[in-house]
Every structure is written in structure tokens, then in C-alpha cells.
Design a protein around this ligand. Structure first.
Ligand code: 6TC
Length: 253
């Protein structure tokens, strides 16, 4: 399993849950929730909420790049995934192409690299093409890594990692004794990334919803009642400030 060390990989010490106090988080993960409720509150169709939600993504990407966050992992969570009307699913699967058409020049300008975790094979062909094109176009950028969790599930990710690991162990001289946290983390979709330092979830829910279950072991959790479409750089910076204050307190012990 060749391990391409990305430029920002921390030194190879065990991933401790310490950061220098009061610093900017290297890796921020966001559960983007609330598009539907935002639209409903305004008597708008749900797809208006998704359209505003994409604008919020662009605001947060710019704020993260300006704050020198290294990795931003976005999870477009919604429980209604399976009970959405076909028209909404159709809209959602066309939205990435529009998002990239509108924002890719801006992302290139800001030296943003796009990556994904999860099973993009499950997406429609035209959506996969848009994603693959965006990854290709941005692969040499070395600024913010913008990582989309697509058709992602934390427990599925752990099960597939165990299966791959067992298969590898069957065909190697290594025994299960060689397994440690570092080795296991290399079998996850987030291979090569440091764990999130800060998790943000919008719209008032305070649950992980099967997101990055292994990786969030030491992550600071920050929740806001703000619906995702209303999320902007001020909301993002409030989360960073709270993170820094928590880290200073920790550092103060
Ligand atoms: C590289 C990137 C541009 O490619 C992508 C390819 C496929 C998808 C669609 N998608 C994956 C399918 C799934 N359900 O997992 C979602 O995650 C999903 C579920 N709700 N919303 C609305 C929403 C919009 C904005 C914020 C939260 C939710 C989205 C959604 C749709 C279009 C866009 S554009 C940027 C993000 C985004 C999110 C996503 C990205």
C-alpha cells in the first residue's frame, strides 16, 4: 500500500490530541445541515435551500483558505436522502456540475485542491464526470484541500477497511499483531489526512450522523443553530475563535 504523503502531513509521531494552544485548526470537518428547513421557513421549494447552500459552501471555502486551514471536509448530510422526490434528487445530482462551472475558476484562483471520500461510483455518470474533471483540474494546487464526503458512511468505511486489512494480512507474512491505530487509519478513505481538529454542525442538531466515526476521536465539536444557507464567514470565524479559546484553556492547565 503505497502511501503518498501529502505536503501538510504532520511529522510521523502518534496523532496526539494536542495542538499548540490558540492555533488555527489544520483540518475542519463540517456537517452541512438545514437547507430544507431554511427553505420551508421562507415558503420556498427545497431546491432553493440547496441552491443557497452551495453559495454558503463558497463563502466557507474562501474563509477557510484565508484562515490558512489546511483541509476542509464537507458532508452534505440530510436524513431525507432516501425519501426525496425524484425531481429533487435529479436537481441535486446536476448541482455539482453547476457548482463547479460557477466556482471552479474561483477555486483555481484560491489554489484549492478538490478531493472526495466515499463511493462516487454510486453517483450518476454525469456527476462523476464533473467530480473527476474538478479533481483533475485542481490536482496540482497546494492550498486548501477541499474534501467532499459523497455517499459516505462512517460504519461502512470501517467495515470496508477491516475487509481490506484481512485480505492483505492473508497474503502477507505480517500477523494481526502488526496492526496498530496508524496502520488501520491507512485503510480508511481519509488515508494520508490528519484527523479533524474541529467538527462544525449547522441547524441545531447535535449528532455525528455516521460521519468520520474513527477520525473524530479527539475532535473539538462545535454546534450552531444557524441553518446551512445562512452560514457565512462570520459563523465560520466564530467557530475558529471558540476552538482557539478551548485550546488556550487546554494549554493553560
Ligand atoms: C466535488 C463536488 C462538487 O461533487 C459533488 C457531487 C455530488 C454531490 C451531491 N451529493 C452527493 C450525493 C449524496 N447524497 O451523497 C451531496 O452530497 C448532496 C446532498 N445534498 N446536497 C445539497 C447540498 C448543497 C449544499 C450544501 C449541503 C447540501 C448535496 C450537494 C449537492 C451539490 C453540491 S455542489 C457542492 C456540494 C454539494 C452538495 C455533491 C458534491
Amino acid at each position: 500500500m503505497s502511501m503518498k504523503l501529502p505536503f501538510f502531513k504532520k511529522k510521523q509521531t502518534e496523532q496526539s490530541d494536542e495542538q499548540d494552544p490558540g492555533s488555527t485548526p489544520d483540518h475542519v470537518a463540517i456537517i452541512m445541515d438545514g437547507n430544507g428547513r431554511w427553505a420551508k421557513k421562507r415558503g420556498l421549494p427545497r431546491i432553493a435551500g440547496h441552491r443557497e447552500g452551495v453559495k454558503a459552501i463558497n463563502r466557507v471555502v474562501r474563509a477557510a483558505a484565508q484562515s490558512h486551514v489546511k483541509v476542509l471536509t464537507l458532508y452534505a448530510f440530510s436524513t431525507e436522502n432516501w425519501k426525496r422526490p425524484a425531481s429533487e434528487v435529479d436537481f441535486l445530482m446536476k448541482l455539482p456540475k453547476e457548482f463547479l462551472h460557477v466556482y471552479l475558476p474561483d477555486l483555481m484562483e484560491n489554489n484549492v485542491r478538490i478531493e472526495t471520500i466515499g463511493d462516487i461510483q454510486a453517483l450518476p455518470e454525469y456527476t462523476q464526470e464533473a467530480v473527476t474533471y474538478a479533481k483533475e483540474q485542481t490536482k496540482d494546487n497546494n492550498g486548501l484541500l477541499l474534501n467532499f464526503a459523497l455517499n459516505y458512511g462512517g460504519r461502512f468505511e470501517i467495515i470496508q477497511a477491516v475487509k481490506k486489512l484481512m485480505t492483505d494480512l492473508e497474503h502477507s507474512a505480517n500477523t494481526i499483531d502488526s496492526l496498530d491505530e496508524k496502520m488501520f487509519s491507512d485503510y480508511l478513505f481519509t488515508q494520508g489526512l490528519t484527523d479533524p481538529d474541529l467538527l462544525i454542525r449547522s441547524s441545531g442538531e447535535q449528532r455525528l450522523s455516521n460521519f468520520l466515526l474513527w477520525q473524530l476521536a479527539y475532535t473539538e465539536l462545535w454546534f450552531t443553530d444557524t441553518y446551512w444557507p445562512d452560514f457565512d464567514e462570520n459563523t465560520f470565524n466564530a467557530a475558529l475563535l471558540e476552538y482557539q479559546q478551548r485550546k488556550r484553556r487546554y494549554g493553560g492547565i
